[in-house]
Write a protein that binds this ligand. Sequence first.
Ligand code: ARG
Length: 407
Amino acid sequence: VSAADEVTVIRAGKLVDVVTGTVLKDQTIVITGERITSVGPSASAQLPAGARVIDLSAQTVLPGLIDAHTHLTADPYLSGYNALGVSDTRAALYGVRTARKTLEAGFTTVRNVGAGGFGDVALRDAINEGDFIGPRMRTAGYAIGIKGGHCDENLLPPDVNFTGRGVADGPWEARAKVREMAKYGADVIKICASGGVLSKGDEPGAQQYTLEEMQAIVSEAHKLGRKVAAHAHGASAIHDAIVAGVDSIEHASLIDDAGIKLAREHGTYLVMDIYDDDFILQEGAKAGMLPESIEKEKKVGQLQRDNFRKAFQGGAKMAFGTDAGVYPHGDNARQFYYMVKYGMTSMQAIQAATINAADLLGWKDRVGSISVGKYADIIAVKGNAADDATELTKVSFVMKGGAVIRQ
Ligand code: ARG
């Protein structure tokens, strides 16, 4: 943690300006305490006396990356039945390590969209209080969904009579569940609008919450100042979630033309986790994912990538989110390869992971670009990331709030 009045100067050989989508040469960033206090051409920059100087003149400097869809408390190698023996406390402690890994990989902010036992809230608060290092976090607590749906736990027999704590059926129960999550520290409300891949006995294409339930959830959440992120693979779930007014659609695998148009008209962000397919198909069985999950992935994985291209070209807003926890934490930047392969320029992919994600998180005032007044969350890579976003898998420098995390 840097002292409140400590001054640091970063010499940036190339600086990615995500606001204008351009690369600026030979820039100097001045950081006072946690915040950026000036940025501009090195030629005209005044060096404050006694400042610590960090020389990144041979590197490309970018704002810290943002992953809008993580599960820091989830271990990908403990999937399916393997996960049943993990307590919420153990999962939260696992999150201590994944928080560090995620930050060291250049992700200085994450939106964590679902955790048991409010482990994400505990991580967020412990990081903010300096107990250990990790990214800035937006948290959801439990993901909310229907009984037997993607956000319930369906692996146990009826004798055990177990229902996940995020389960809420009917508009008023769902409203009450939103209030409960907000009470215990949710910054954002996560719901399951459709079935999923990694859940037992449901279908990604099938809708779960009704329009009426989602309207209740969204009005309650917005009234309490929380945005809503809706897990939705299937077209009808996507449609109803957007009409209900959710702020983002997660996965969006089977989005159709009408859904793309609706997302564009409503300004709903799409957060499409198009790297996961690789890990699920290569490692999933070993990790404990159910055979039915692998089969479901084979049906949606490629469609999701094709629909990513369609949705982006169709003008839908996109924010970077990966579902980290389905695959190993710290590999988040591997998704850039697919975002470029399926239609974005490297600059557009970087914008999805910075300025757009900051907007989705409601944190455009504090993160997402290297701008005066924002937190000094800054990363660097040796290669030219603006022309090749896959360079972001090799981050060489990470600063969070003026404190150097990795150099
Ligand atoms: N959590 C998501 C689900 O179980 C993961 C989907 C991963 N697959 C994909 N193609 N993105 O539904």
